[in-house]
Design a protein. Structure first.
Length: 373
């Protein structure tokens, strides 16, 4: 007996993909615009609730497609108002999504992979290893879940003003699913965010930066964390493949088609590692000719890490050095650390396909045994 074709999750499709889908089932392409508004403006996932869609088309949709956002395992709210959701995935995996409210904006930090394969040494996500890429539906579904939970409305209650692809994973290693999700974030029929209010953060995947510049107009952030190759290779192993000079050249190429834009460089400050005055001066030399902003991030500790947060005086001295040289440098205020939602602390639940999570647990156990000896 012939098996029926699997139902298509329409949340995997951006506007162009959804237009193609309707054309493939013998319908007008504009039907995609109706569906997008029902899904993302009104949060409707049942075709029967789409009142301006005819009965015959609704029956056709029921037979070929579903609208399936991810489920929430739990929600935590920090004392500072930061909200974290643990998003359930298949096979026992889960990722975390974080909303950071501020007086003039609300930023959602979205994950792109289950874990991360890059193994940056100061990041809690890296200790969990890697399982797989998220689908487009699982990525845009995080925005959908947050919007519904927060009561977001693009007209009357705009709670989500910015989305940053800075959660679990390296977005450029999941390029084909991340780009359609960012298209939906910026589509007026979906979330309608301005291009500059959607930011992709990368550890420095140079070919991905070049590819992104050709297909998607979003803001670019780069996790830099060191001014020299020698130090960056210790913190961000990807630097061995794409050293700083190649990374800076890729950033310059990205900006060539965006004359009024700049690149945000993220720099996590760790005590005695990368927070000395000579590091600040090295950053000045590296960035002074590139339209950029520097986002200084106090390190957020997690179990088993060997790194410590720089003290307040050191952070301010570092900021002063780079600002006096003419760079724009802000210090990111730590938010949500009481619920492990601060930058670098996201872990989720990863059924690790690498050995990294077990190695980290063993290292923590040895450290604990040493402390107790």
């Amino acid at each position: 007996m012939e098996q029926a074709a699997p139902l298509i999750n329409l949340m995997n499709l951006d506007r162009h993909g959804l237009e193609d889908y309707f054309e493939s089932i013998g319908e007008k392409r504009y039907r995609a615009h109706q569906l997008l508004k029902w899904i993302y403006h009104h949060g409707v996932t049942d075709f029967l609730g789409m009142t301006d869609v005819g009965k015959k088309l609704r029956a056709k949709l029921e037979a070929t497609a579903v609208i399936r956002p991810p489920k929430v395992l739990f929600q935590k709210v920090s004392s500072d108002g930061t909200t974290k959701w643990l998003i359930e995935l298949d096979g026992g995996n889960a990722v975390e999504t974080v909303y950071i409210p501020e007086p003039t904006r609300g930023t959602l930090c979205v994950s792109s992979q289950v874990g991360c394969s890059l193994n940056c040494t100061f990041c809690s996500t890296a200790t969990q290893g890697f399982n797989r890429n998220l689908s487009t539906a699982e990525i845009i579904g995080q925005v959908w879940v947050a919007a519904r939970a927060l009561g977001h409305d693009a007209k009357d209650n705009r709670r989500l003003t910015n989305v940053v692809m800075m959660g679990m994973g390296e977005p450029l290693l999941n390029f084909d699913n991340v780009v359609p999700a960012m298209n939906l974030m910026r589509d007026d029929f979906a979330f309608g965010l301005a291009n500059k209010r959607v930011t992709l953060s990368t550890a420095g995947l140079v070919p991905g930066i070049d590819k992104l510049s050709e297909v998607c107009d979003v803001s670019l952030a780069v996790s830099l964390h060191a001014p020299t190759d020698e130090l960056r290779e210790q913190l961000v192993p990807l630097n061995k493949k794409y050293p700083i000079a190649e990374l800076m050249a890729a950033c310059q190429r990205y900006l060539e088609t965006r004359p009024r834009a700049n690149v945000t460089f993220e720099y996590t400050l760790m005590k005695g590692i990368n927070d000395r005055p000579e590091h600040a001066r090295g950053l000045v030399k590296l960035l002074r000719r590139l339209p950029s902003k520097l986002n200084l991030i106090p390190f957020n500790p997690f179990p088993g890490t060997r790194y410590e947060r720089s003290d307040e005086e050191t952070i301010r001295q570092f900021q002063t050095i780079v600002m006096e040289a003419g760079l724009i440098a802000t210090v990111r205020r730590t938010r949500g650390d009481d619920i492990d939602a601060a930058c670098g602390q996201l872990v989720g639940t990863v059924l690790d396909r690498t050995r990294r999570s077990s190695q980290h647990r063993a290292a923590v156990a040895l450290a604990d045994a040493g402390v107790g000896a």
